[in-house]
Design a protein around this ligand. Structure first.
Ligand SMILES: [Mg+2]
Length: 273
């Protein structure tokens, strides 16, 4: 009995030592060690799913969108019908469950695993989104979706959106990605038929092509130059999980993901004299 007890003590000590090893990268989730990239996504996904602050940010965005919509309607010209253009993912539909799955399975986004997820039609509505779209509809303003979901996801996406309560809109109002990820041409197509009075998205590229180039200060100068449009013409939702911002971070291929992230944070030595 004493031998078994002693063995258990040694085993427990080894587990504690292993878990405290500073060289050990990654976290343990349900017995699985996930890599360092997943660690970044883990915290961001947790914030989206569990923080009341995320929920409040979404309500704030859509509450303000109502004010902006009313104001824009009041001074829009009447030569064309009015439209609001929406992105879908992380703007209207919450796909944080897909991101959680990437963490759990220690994988990253691919076209195929995304399609597998979107086919499930399990995405939920972003807080405040359905209420705002219903409000847009009551104002007689057209709802148009410009999304980088691919056209082979259209059927499942419509079913998913309608099943969670988004209003039904004509199929031609879903402008999904065909050959290019830029939304410029699709926005131009919408502009021919409608006056776009409001754009709602989680990525600056959902608003205007001027935000596509992030090579200069991560695009912050373009945001500064257009700061008056935010909350007026552009309504932005928070998305810490993924986006153009993340793809635009300087990346040294010989360094690890963690080293690159550390290089990109602004620390004491960068800001203090
Ligand atoms: Mg999006």
């Amino acid at each position: 009995m004493k031998k078994i007890f002693g063995f258990c003590i040694v085993l427990a000590s080894l587990i504690v030592l292993w878990s405290c090893n500073p060289e050990q990268k990654g976290a343990v989730i349900e017995g699985k060690i996930v890599n360092e990239t997943s660690e970044f996504l883990l915290n961001a996904t947790l914030w989206v799913q569990q923080s009341a602050e995320y929920q409040a940010c979404c309500f704030q965005a859509f509450n303000h969108a109502k004010l902006a919509l009313d104001a824009r309607i009041s001074f829009a010209s009447a030569d064309k019908p009015l439209a609001v253009v929406f992105d879908i993912d992380e703007t209207l539909l919450d796909n944080s469950y897909f991101e959680a799955n990437l963490v759990e399975t220690n994988t990253s986004y691919t076209k195929d695993n995304w399609k597998e997820w979107s086919d499930k039609k399990c995405a939920t509505a972003i807080p405040g989104a359905i209420d705002f779209l219903n409000y847009v509809e009551t104002k007689g303003v057209e709802i148009v979706y410009i999304s980088n979901r691919r056209e082979n996801e259209l059927e499942a996406s419509i079913l998913n959106m309608e099943s969670v309560g988004f209003p039904s809109v004509p199929r031609e109002n879903y402008l999904f990605r065909t050959d290019e990820s830029s939304k410029n041409n699709r926005r131009a197509m919408v502009n021919e038929k409608y006056t776009i009075i409001l754009l709602v998205g989680d990525n600056l590229c959902d608003f205007d092509g001027i935000f596509e180039d992030r090579s200069l200060k991560m695009g912050k100068d373009a945001v500064e130059a257009n700061k008056d449009k935010f909350g007026q013409e552009f309504i932005i939702l928070p998305n810490p999980m993924y986006g153009k911002w993340e793809q635009s971070l300087p990346n040294d291929t010989v360094k690890t993901a963690t080293q690159n992230r550390i290089n990109n944070v602004i620390g004491y030595s960068d800001i203090c004299n």
